[in-house]
Design a protein around this ligand. Structure first.
Ligand SMILES: N[C@H](CCC[C@H](N)C(=O)O)C(=O)O
Length: 287
């Protein structure tokens, strides 16, 4: 049976989504998931990198559900979270809200120009050398690997897409696949970032969890890496707060976090993602 469903098309730094209030659709979430590739198709559908659903929650303001464009599940979507928070605040939720995604409860603060999402996660980066390139592997809500090299700023989009696709499909190393981030430093607190996204199977204009993964990897590779120190830096004991800007093809995102250094261990907390969330149009679609 086909149904007409209301949706809003939104984006955060060009990472775009079909947003649906699942409380009003009377359609099982899994049925919407099955329709996700058709909804996200850029020629025959609405066109998006994924579908965001707002659902009920017992212990938060709402629950977030996210499907990649191919219908696969992802642990988290940072740009999507900002869009859903903006959408929720327009539905009448407060500007400060909480939402549930998987096992985590996130907090969001909705401002006119930007939205901040507090990530209740403490990712533990691990260094992996693959084909002579140093990668940092970590999971700020979903799976990422990050390489940081000045050379990526000169690389063509085609070459990064091909390299991202190849690594994403290295099932021997990443049985669940991974999102792949190529970053190049501009200065200590500012990097350029290109992300190949699993489930979209392409470079997207921005990736929020990729921005978090990159900001933390940048710090970890300098201070927390078990191998020889990078740039001659030695780990120091203590707490430091960081604010990093990541420039993606679709625009800048900002990440703040706290690094906690104890002996040779470096851990991360107070992670926040800040950036825009914009409504493009709304409509109805037969599903
Ligand atoms: N674009 C999203 C990430 C989606 C992650 C997804 N592609 C996966 O983990 O499979 C973001 O802003 O964080």
């Amino acid at each position: 049976m086909s149904r007409t469903i209301k949706f809003e098309k939104m984006h955060g730094a060009g990472n775009d989504f079909v947003v649906i209030d699942a409380r009003t659709t009377e359609m099982p979430l899994n049925d919407i998931r099955k329709k996700t590739p058709a909804l996200c198709h850029r020629r025959t559908g609405i066109g998006a990198d994924g579908v965001l659903l707002l659902g009920d929650s017992d212990d938060s303001d709402f629950s977030m559900h996210y499907y990649n464009a191919d219908g696969s599940l992802a642990g988290m979507c940072g740009n999507g979270a900002r869009c859903l928070a903006r959408y929720a605040s327009r539905l009448g939720f407060h500007e400060k809200l909480t939402f549930r995604m998987g096992d985590n409860t996130y907090r969001a603060e909705v401002h006119d120009a930007y939205i901040s999402i507090h990530f209740p996660v403490s990712p533990r980066p691990a260094v992996k050398v693959i084909d002579d390139i140093t990668w940092c592997e970590l999971k700020p809500g979903t799976e990422h690997i990050v390489a940081i090299d000045q050379e990526f700023s000169q690389s063509s989009e085609e070459s990064l897409r091909a390299a991202g696709r190849q690594l994403r499909n290295r099932n021997d190393l990443f049985p669940n696949g991974t999102n792949v981030n190529f970053a190049s430093p501009i200065n200590q607190n500012h990097l350029k970032l290109v992300t190949y996204e699993r489930g979209v199977e392409d470079i997207t204009l921005a990736c929020g969890t990729g921005a978090i993964a990159t900001a933390i990897s940048w710090d970890y590779l300098k201070h927390g890496h078990d191998g020889p120190p990078f740039e001659g830096e030695k780990p120091e004991s203590g707490i430091t707060d960081h604010h990093i800007q990541l420039d993606s093809p679709g625009g800048p995102l900002e990440v703040t976090f706290r690094a906690n250094q104890k002996d040779s261990h470096r851990t991360y907390s107070n992670i926040q993602l800040h950036g825009p969330a914009v409504s493009v149009f709304s409509g109805e679609i037969e599903m």
